[in-house]
Write a protein that binds this ligand. Structure first.
Ligand SMILES: O=C[C@H](O)[C@H](O)COP(=O)(O)O
Ligand SMILES: C=C(OP(=O)(O)O)C(=O)O
Length: 449
């Protein structure tokens, strides 16, 4: 049986194989948590989800650009006001750089307020010679390297809901309450970035924006409006834990459609996008915009089938294909994908994730990614789209507002031996604020020319 052969319900995914699910030790406790979750208020609203979808429909045509980014794996202990503010700042900075260069709206989507579950390559890992279960995200188990910490605990799903709610609450306050006003564009520059070459380029651009706003005010154009004073930041995460996603799925009373109200945009990962899998079955029935990760070993027919199943009406804005091919493969693997999908006439937002296929482990065991590889994959992504006549519609990053040392390279040229200095991620390496800004300026140069 493949998805679409039977009627969809929010639990029909249970008839299919669900990969990467936790092995909960106590099913009764899981059921209690899920009942509780299904009675709690939605985290986001159907109207907001629809608004994001219409913005993404613009990105299909090249009239807007998608910037998606945030933690690899959100950490409960870092759900604090300063951390949330720093992540927001870096996304705002990147967005303003891209808007200024590209001359089109930038759709800001955080990997935030729900990115608490991780698919893993292996169920176990060896720590100090002992085999223990892998860490699977804070909604499932704990990152500390002990057998006990790695036992899945269903109560963490409830905690994840609460963490997502607090994060969203603060994000809504920051984005609507004056913090994100373009009049404060200078203040988004982080202290540790200000003195760097990137920080100085940002300051110059911020000054020009400030002058433009002053000029508008001088000639009597009001700048007291939401376009200047407010912004929208949408949330996204990988829809991995199907029990949690099901519990957060509700019917919208205004449209009668089903929406997964755990986040605005959801994506399906490289490891769980089997055409006949439970994740595809679940996602085909909810109306949120969906991302699909595509790695270098993709099968073109599978991708076509996936898009048909998940978007039978070919609705623009519903599907974002997020290619994560790796610097070594992108030149070869991207053109046939673009041609194949173009031939079918699918409406797609094409986004580039230059992180996930460029990971390597250093001699002393740090998982990292090199800034130049990241940049080269992005460059090749843009150039290939331009030569194939398709539209590069967005980018997808693992990043943080903190001054971490997780990815090598960049203007400060972090080397392998320096990674230990401030290596904080619980899963994959993220760009720090300075590297994130640098990548935004590099993309800006590409789109400007
Ligand atoms: O973020 C993506 C995946 O969860 C991550 O890359 C998996 O890492 P692993 O290969 O160490 O399991
Ligand atoms: C797991 C992820 O990516 P992928 O499915 O592309 O490996 C991710 O983006 O967190």
């Amino acid at each position: 049986m493949t998805p679409t052969e039977k009627e969809w319900t929010k639990s029909s995914w249970k008839n299919f194989t669900a990969l990467q699910q936790p092995k909960w030790p106590d099913q009764k406790e899981v059921d209690r948590v899920l009942t509780n979750l299904s009675q709690l208020p939605p985290l986001v609203f159907a109207g907001e989800i629809r608004a994001l979808k219409s913005l993404l429909a613009k990105a299909v045509k090249g009239e807007a650009f998608l910037l998606q980014g945030g933690d690899c794996s959100e950490d409960f202990s870092k759900v604090t006001a300063p951390k949330i503010r720093e992540t927001l700042k870096v996304l705002l900075q990147m967005a303003v750089v891209l808007t200024y260069a590209g001359g089109k709206p930038v759709i800001k989507v955080g990997r935030i307020a729900g990115q608490f579950a991780k698919p893993r390559s292996s169920d176990t890992e060896i720590v100090d010679g002992v085999e223990i279960p892998s860490y699977r995200g804070d909604m499932v188990n704990r990152p500390e390297p002990s057998e006990e910490a790695r036992i899945p605990n269903p109560k963490y799903m409830l905690k994840g809901y609460n963490m997502a709610a607090s994060t969203l609450n603060l994000l809504r306050a920051f984005t609507r309450g004056g913090f994100a006003t373009l009049q404060r564009v200078h203040s988004w520059n982080q202290e540790f970035v200000v003195q760097s070459p990137m920080g100085r380029s940002y300051e110059r651009m911020a000054k020009q924006i400030e002058q433009a706003i002053k000029f508008m005010e001088t000639i009597g154009i009001s700048t007291d409006n939401p376009q200047i004073n407010q912004t929208e930041l949408y949330t996204s995460h990988e829809a991995l834990l199907l029990e949690y996603e099901e519990a957060m799925t509700r019917v919208d009373s205004t449209s009668n459609g089903w929406y997964d109200c755990s986040g605005h945009m959801l994506w399906i990962g490289e490891r769980t996008r089997q055409v006949d899998g439970a994740h595809v079955e679940f996602l085909r029935g909810v109306l949120n915009p969906l991302g699909i990760k595509i790695g270098p070993t993709y099968n073109l027919d599978d991708i076509k089938r996936l898009v048909e199943i998940l978007n039978p009406a070919n609705e623009p804005g519903r599907i974002t294909l997020i290619t994560r091919l790796g610097v070594k493969n992108v030149e070869k693997a991207l053109p046939p994908l673009l041609r194949g999908m173009k031939q079918e006439g699918f409406h797609i937002v094409w986004s580039c994730d230059p992180m996930h296929a460029n990971t390597y482990t250093t001699e002393d065991g740090h998982k990292t990614r090199n800034f130049n590889d990241i940049l080269s994959e992005i460059t090749c992504f843009f150039e290939t789209h331009w030569s194939e006549g398709t539209i590069p519609g967005g980018v997808h990053f693992e990043l943080t507002g903190d001054n971490v040392t997780e990815c090598t390279g960049g203007a400060r040229n972090i080397v392998d031996d320096q990674l230990f200095e401030n290596y904080q991620t619980t899963c994959d390496p993220r760009l720090n604020a300075e590297q994130s800004l640098e990548v935004a300026f590099q993309i800006a140069d590409m789109i400007r020319s």
